[in-house]
Design a protein around this ligand. Structure first.
Ligand code: MSP
Length: 511
């Protein structure tokens, strides 16, 4: 039987400066979802990449005295290195300067023009260069860009327009008939009230005032508006419009576009309308997450209020950073990022809860039974709760991930680990060890702990893969599949555990 497919995307990031922890946030969350779906047996396509055109990048390159392509090449190389150090398992990294993408965008533009959905007119308006966004007077806040608070410029030029207005009704009907299309719900209401109710204006989709963009094939002084260029990445990456569109046929429509809250509107207004005009299916879901903030402000390239994420990875380990990004902020809300909370999270959950549990369990098995696993099944009633919690995890974790609540999925897993720690306190293996008659009970207790660790680690492979691998190595088992986590008792009698290895060191907070 063919596997079910799952297509997940991050936004493609502007390579205007090196990436910060805010970019890592989305990419790590998507990575965990992608890994989880693979584990579940889906055929996953995980796409990320870079959005390389536009006036902002052109300006940056000029300032740096290099060509735009040279400028972005360097940042892209650095971004790929960052994703590697975070263990990001993307299937494709798309760049909007890729030839295949450029051709695809040109084809889309031409088709929309030929069928009358794009027409030529004159653009007069206000433009925010850092956000690459057009605004109307009434949308400004104190005369400034409502998204970033910076100056907007008046521009007037000959331009092509996309007929958004023609599709407004169809879009509204689509929202109606697909209540899960935009999440969280608050973002949907915001879109309806702020953009649809006032009525959609046709969108300016070409520029002539700079040239770092994709040329319009039939009118070369125009370059394609960067958002039309960028949004098309989600299908150009799959070969849409090329000689080989097999990936497109296989994976489109996307299961979820995960994006930051400030760019939801591009994804739920412009993008579906482009797809409708192209007669293509609409993505199943657009999820708008909140921002990581520092001292109340968004961490951003322009404010410079951040460290290179690799500094955190070097200091605390990749899984501490991943765990923090996945666990700390409820997905959808804003959350404060601080190194102190990263340290507290790591100490509380990874060092105390997970690390200690694994270490104590493996060490006790080494100490009392030379590391040999066995399950004589001398069970007592207090075992039932632990075993049941392990078995229940499957459906709970799956549905949390399906709702994109990765932090809650992790919490469920860590609740079971917590229970296992309590089980050690309740059963007191060190007391059992002193009593000859209790040896089989002791074996059973340790077995239950090892199985709990194994089952939790199956799921942890999606979230903190390096640590999960280390645990499986200590357990010396290859029972690590999704299916294997549905059964309690797969760790074989006679398995010889490997030596315990510290998973996480306690981090001291500098005074
Ligand atoms: N290039 C566009 C996206 C095009 S997608 C077809 C863009 N790029 S961006 O680099 O400015 O931002 C990319 C993503 O990073 C956005 O989803 C944005 O919300 C996210 N983040 C940037 N800073 C962030 C935080 N401080 N916290 C969380 N996410 C943040 O927009």
């Amino acid at each position: 039987m063919e596997k079910k497919t799952f297509y997940i995307t991050t936004p493609i990031y502007y390579p205007s400066a090196n990436f910060h922890i805010g970019h890592c946030y989305t990419t790590i969350i998507d990575d965990a979802i992608a890994r989880f779906k693979r584990l579940e047996g889906y055929d996953v396509f995980y796409l990320t990449g870079t959005d390389e055109h536009g006036q902002k990048i052109q300006k940056k390159a000029e300032e740096a005295g290099v060509t735009p392509k040279e400028y972005v090449d360097k940042i892209v190389e650095d971004a790929k290195d960052l994703w590697k150090s975070l263990g990001i398992s993307y299937d494709k990294f798309i760049r909007t300067t890729d030839e295949e993408h450029v051709k695809c965008v040109q084809k889309i533009f031409k088709q929309l023009y030929d069928q009358g959905d794009i027409y030529k007119g004159e653009y007069k308006g206000l433009y925010c260069t850092p956000c690459e966004s057009f605004w109307t007077e009434s949308q400004l806040v104190d005369g400034k860009c409502p998204d970033c608070g910076r100056e907007v410029n008046e521009v007037s030029e000959e331009a092509y327009f996309l007929k958004l207005s023609k599709y407004q009704k169809r879009l509204e009907e689509y929202y109606e008939s697909h209540p899960d299309f935009i999440e969280p719900l608050s973002r949907k209401n915001e879109m309806i009230n702020n953009f649809l109710k006032p009525g959609l204006d046709d969108l300016c989709v070409s520029r002539t005032s700079f040239d770092w963009g994709i040329p319009v094939t039939f009118d070369e002084k125009h370059v394609v508006y960067v958002w039309l260029d960028a949004l098309s990445n989600y299908i150009s990456a799959l070969g849409y419009g090329s000689d080989d569109d097999s990936l497109f046929k296989k994976y489109w429509p996307a299961d979820v576009h995960v994006v930051g809250k400030e760019i939801v509107r591009f994804h739920v207004i412009i993008w579906p309308i482009v797809l409708m005009a192209l007669n293509l299916p609409i993505p199943k879901k657009v999820f708008g997450h909140g921002w990581l903030v520092i001292d109340g402000g968004k961490i951003s390239k322009s404010s410079g209020n951040y460290k290179d994420p690799r500094e955190y990875i070097d200091a605390y380990g990749v899984d501490a950073v991943r765990y923090y990004a996945l666990r700390e902020v409820p997905f959808g809300s804003d959350g404060t990022f601080s190194e102190k909370s990263l340290i507290n999270r790591t100490n509380a959950d990874l060092v105390n809860n997970l690390g200690n549990l694994v270490n104590r369990t493996v060490s006790m098995t080494k100490k009392y039974f030379d590391g040999i696993v066995s399950n004589p099944k001398v069970n007592e009633s207090l075992d039932d709760d632990l075993i049941e919690s392990c078995l229940k995890l499957n459906s709970i974790v799956c549905s949390k991930v399906d709702e994109l609540k990765v932090g809650e999925a992790l919490q469920e897993i860590f609740d079971v680990l917590k229970k296992a720690n309590k089980y050690i306190d309740d059963t007191m293996p060190w007391i059992l060890a002193k009593d000859e008659a209790k040896q089989d009970r002791l074996r059973t207790v340790l077995y239950n702990l090892l199985e709990t660790i194994r089952i939790c680690s199956v799921y942890l492979q999606a979230f903190i893969p390096v640590t999960a691998e280390k645990i499986f190595k200590q357990l010396n088992t290859d029972e690590n599949t999704f299916e294997s986590a549905k059964t309690f008792g797969l760790l074989k009698d006679g398995t010889l555990l490997n030596n315990p290895e510290h998973l996480f060191d306690r981090i001291e907070i500098e005074k």
